[in-house]
Design a protein around this ligand. Structure first.
Ligand code: SME
Length: 162
């Protein structure tokens, strides 16, 4: 990923980011911040079909908030397993443009074609991650990565600590 900052993303992404910044800063507690984030992200762009936030709890990723048409069976994922586990292990954003071509992908929904997973980090440590599934093939560009990494940074800043 380039060094592009949020100021380089398209206006509609900047607008959504500003709204999320206000909602996260103004959330009365951490649970509200998580719930607001998944709801607003799913509403932000039609290609964000399922949005979840996983948190690292005792070396596992635990689903702590989600918004989408249906629940996932993957409510706990070991670090290192699946695309989610890969992003948590490496601390880097993972974009899978076509999940049918990635053997690491853990299937959740039959209609998912692509996925992006963005770690939420503080001081280099992965606290959790944002996971977005899309029903479209290859819909995630650099602007999605930059936008979602900025949202992850907002959540890391809001997190009250263990
Ligand atoms: N597809 C993910 C699992 C989580 S579901 O998308 C909600 C993965 O491969 O880790």
């Amino acid at each position: 990923m380039s060094e592009a900052g949020p100021e380089t993303i398209p206006p509609e992404y900047r607008a959504r980011l500003a709204e999320l910044e206000g909602a996260i800063a103004g959330a009365r507690d951490w649970a509200t911040a998580l719930a607001e984030t998944v709801r607003r992200l799913r509403d932000a762009f039609g290609k964000y079909n399922w949005v979840g936030i996983y948190w690292v709890i005792r070396h596992q990723l635990v689903l702590v908030a989600w918004d989408g048409p249906e629940p996932t069976e993957h409510v706990r994922i070991p670090i290192g397993v699946g695309i989610c586990g890969l992003a948590a292990e490496t601390g880097d954003t993972v974009v899978v443009p076509d999940v049918s071509k990635d053997p690491r992908y853990l299937a959740c929904f039959p209609y998912t074609r692509s996925e992006i997973v963005v770690p939420i980090k503080r001081d280099g440590r992965v606290l959790g991650e944002i996971d977005i599934d899309s029903n479209l093939l290859d819909p995630f560009g650099p602007e999605d990565q930059t936008f979602l990494e900025a949202v992850a940074a907002l959540l890391a800043g809001k997190y009250p600590g263990d």
